[in-house]
Design a protein around this ligand. Sequence first.
Ligand SMILES: [Mg+2]
Length: 111
Amino acid sequence: MSNKDSFTDMLAAVQAFHDKHDFRNTGGEELAYRVALMTEELGEVSACVTKGKDIHKLAEECADLFILLIGTAISADFDLKDAFWAKMDKLMQRDARMINGRIRVSEFRDT
Ligand SMILES: [Mg+2]
């Protein structure tokens, strides 16, 4: 039985999806194609916001993008969980500034 809180199980579910359609041998794991698909889904996320669609539709489109991201990690053979925690640690060390009324967390190399 799967544990829905487990990233390992989420990764296994996406791997099973890739295996079901043999993405590795049918172009589904080509990185340029995956970038195009992620761009397409990001556009759908954007449309949810700009067209004022309900939160369930926004959640579905974010899930599409998240599934693609996990699948891209499978395709390129990197550990997304390790990358997430390494980057999260970096982000937590960074400074924040208000820029044009909105907060920005960055390295701010200009000072
Ligand atoms: Mg979608």
